[in-house]
Design a protein around this ligand. Sequence first.
Ligand SMILES: Cc1ncc(COP(=O)(O)O)c(C=O)c1O
Length: 387
Amino acid sequence: MAAPRRPRQHSLPTQVLHAGEEPHDTDAPVVTPLYQSVNFISEIGRSDSVRYPRYGNTPNAEIVQKRLAALEKAESGLLLASGMGATACAMLALLRPGDHLLACRWIYGGTRRLLTEEFASLGIDVTLVDPEEPRAWRRRLRKETRAIFLESPVNPTCRVIDLRPVSYVTQENGIALVVDSTFASPVNFRPLEHGADVVIHSATKFLNGHHDVVGGAVLGTAPYIEEVRQKMIMWGQAPDPFACWLLERGLKTLDVRVQRQNHNAMRIAKWCAERREVRAVSYPGLPDHPDHEIAQAHLSGFGGMLGIELTGGGRGADRFIRKLRLIRHAPSLGGVDSLVSEPRHSSHTDLAADERAKLGIPDGFLRLSIGLEDADDLIADIEQALH
Ligand SMILES: Cc1ncc(COP(=O)(O)O)c(C=O)c1O
């Protein structure tokens, strides 16, 4: 007798639509209904089955949590109220007063302040590491070190960090490797396949992709995610059901959106690289990018984000932004509409110009978040603004 057929494992383009779904009965709605309710009738005589939005277990949160876990190939996942909420609770679940954290120097400005100011005030010591220094992670390790935190690709410079050598250090020392993968989304990179233990996303960006939801996500093992959930409950960082519902809708198009953003960003990066008004282009898909080989080996796509440095410096950058018509000036990223931001006035505004320059963000540096418009229209907009 023929062996019973095992159900086919769906791949990512199908998972973004269906992972985590229950089998549908006749008449069931195709779209998950929005349960915009704070209260759910509880079972009498049990305390473990209480549903409450702050506990992160509403039906709209649970389906997205299962879907994201499937996309990142994680045992479990949790949705939170923002990317910052996700990072804060993910790290609070790993660190105690007296512990030490190694964090990459190249991280989003908000995360840097969270770690170096807020966590320092909780008695957690944080060392910022230059990842280009030889054996940087190993040399900074202390017996109190509990985790390494990094971001890849890096906001806003689009540098790509090779996780393998970092994961050898975390595995040998029994500590956690935490990766903020916001810039990549699971379409372009899945850090758990490369030695990470925990993945963080600002779901505000590519995961939702429509500029209308603030959210965050943490993915990892089931016992760890349970600890993150406890922090989320106590610090009040759970998302609202409507945000989860919108996020589920946004996720359905994640694969097609990111594929198009990858394509558009590559075209624009190549075009900008030929212009004399552009001193440098930072896009991992270009052969002269310092991490091109790592990106080629580990990413499934080079992403929708790119950095350009204009020859006209800070004033030239301000002038350029003022002349753009299609690409709008706004601080977020990863959505369907193309945006431009100047990190010296947004994510890295608290650093002095020379400190920013050392991080690869000189005055005149602009971060472009490429959306779904036609690439030729975007190029035409950039061209008229450069004139
Ligand atoms: C890489 C990265 N991580 C985390 C965050 C924080 O996300 P949120 O704004 O959703 O709190 C951001 C925000 O820009 C980011 O760019």
